[in-house]
Design a protein around this ligand. Structure first.
Ligand code: TYD
Length: 139
């Protein structure tokens, strides 16, 4: 659950014809969880960083519906950067990992599918609290 090696890009179906492209996501099929919530991040001013936090329970799947941005994932030992810039794939992030989103291009649109309803108690906002959380959950 808390292993950053479980973070992965997932390719989505893509139907391409002369009228344009179509992609879609089905819960528990293309992504490994049931979708409880959908939110999106847009109109991000240049240089802004979002999502400096971790979730205790929540899993997410992030798609760049438009433009591009980077998602940085940290497991308390190291950070990996994942670039999202096409709407036919996304990034799956399990619970228990620190994440940031940055380098948003102009007019970028981030779609986020979440495994839980919004619950501020599920957030870990301070990095030191995240390190303690990781220690508590180490095998
Ligand atoms: P926040 O978690 O700070 O955004 P980010 O993860 O990109 O840094 O969320 C901004 C505000 O929106 C905050 O007051 C909580 C609220 N919010 C909801 O009410 N519901 C939601 O589903 C989300 C994601 C945020």
């Amino acid at each position: 659950m808390f292993d950053k090696d479980n973070v992965k890009f997932i390719d989505l179906p893509k139907f391409q014809d002369l009228r344009g492209n179509l992609s879609f996501i089905e819960e528990c099929k293309h992504i490994p969880f049931k979708i409880e919530r959908v939110y999106w991040i847009y109109d991000v001013p240049g240089g802004q960083i979002r999502c400096g936090h971790a979730f205790k329970q929540q899993q997410e799947f992030i798609v760049a519906l438009s433009g591009s941005f980077d998602v940085l994932v940290n497991d308390s030992m190291e950070t990996q950067s994942f670039s999202l810039n096409r709407s036919y794939y996304g990034l799956y992030i399990p619970a228990g990992l620190w994440r940031q989103m940055k380098n948003f291009s102009t007019n970028s649109l981030a779609l986020i599918l979440s495994s839980t309803h919004y619950n501020s108690d599920d957030y870990i906002f301070e990095y030191n609290d995240f390190l303690n959380f990781r220690k508590q959950h180490e095998k």
